[in-house]
Write a protein that binds this ligand. Structure first.
Ligand SMILES: C[S@@+](CC[C@H](N)C(=O)[O-])C[C@H]1O[C@@H](n2cnc3c(N)ncnc32)[C@H](O)[C@@H]1O
Length: 230
């Protein structure tokens, strides 16, 4: 049986601005000129940090109907569980970006702490409760959408139809491009949905490209998929 990080459901783990910047190769776009949507942003601090740096970012996740205290309680538990499970599969990961498990835990805690603080203040403006594959955003409301650790990664929990409907919806609300990272699943294997999506008749009018990025934590997970919508 192949090994993987065991998670009962999709966990509330969040990443920081620096992590998003590398994962999505944000230096290759004029980020501050874009209207960015963070899809399934959860307890990531990307939105909070980016907006304070002059970017224009909206966050969307199904958990934003809960209170800051409820979210914080769940993400403390999820972080403990993830860290505990990680020690059994430590060798599947590269320990360069993070020195060790303790260092990783510190980064993840930094992300959710910053998120919670921002969420308490801006809950009704930039943290939009959204249950994909549906959303209430307007057609082409955003120029760039970023999808981190949601599609492809959880290909055992979310089936192909869910991937397809979610991507259709993100295409409806995005005018330039969609970036998805990583394209590997929890086992560290390229998700079988990547090639399926790239050859799906529903999407042949969009240029799709796999691009290497300067971020690799799970071994082999150093590529993103770009879907050009324009
Ligand atoms: C592993 S977290 C990733 C968070 C963030 N994107 C990051 O990389 O730091 C996955 C997120 O997906 C969210 N999620 C799961 N299913 C969803 C759905 N159907 N609609 C919206 N969000 C969903 C969860 O609530 C969780 O916050």
């Amino acid at each position: 049986m192949s090994r993987k990080l065991e998670l009962k459901d999709i966990v509330l783990i969040g990443r920081t601005f620096d992590e998003y910047y590398k994962m999505f190769g944000i230096s290759s776009i004029d980020g501050k000129k874009e209207k960015i949507l963070d899809v399934a942003s959860g307890v990531s601090s990307f939105c909070a940090e980016a907006n304070s740096k002059g970017y224009n970012v909206t966050a969307s996740d199904r958990i934003y109907c809960f209170s800051a205290e409820e979210i914080e309680g769940k993400c403390i538990k999820d972080l403990e569980l993830t860290i505990k499970n990680l020690s059994d599969v430590k060798d599947l990961y590269r320990w360069e970006l993070y020195k060790d498990i303790e260092d990783l835990k510190k980064q993840r805690k930094k992300a959710y702490t910053r998120f919670i603080e921002d969420f308490k203040r801006k809950r009704d403006t930039i943290y939009i409760e959204t249950e994909y594959p549906k959303s209430n955003f307007k057609d082409k409301q955003f120029t760039v959408s970023l999808i981190s650790h949601f599609l492809f990664m959880y290909d055992e929990h979310l089936d192909y139809e869910f991937h397809k409907q979610t991507i259709k919806e993100i295409i409806r609300i995005t005018s330039k491009e969609i970036r998805i990272f990583p394209i590997v699943n929890l086992k560290g294997e390229k998700s079988m949905f990547v090639n399926k999506l790239m050859s799906d008749d529903n999407f042949t009018m969009y240029k799709m490209q796999i691009v290497k990025v300067n971020y690799e934590f799970i071994k082999g997970g150093n590529e993103m998929l770009i879907i050009k919508v324009k």
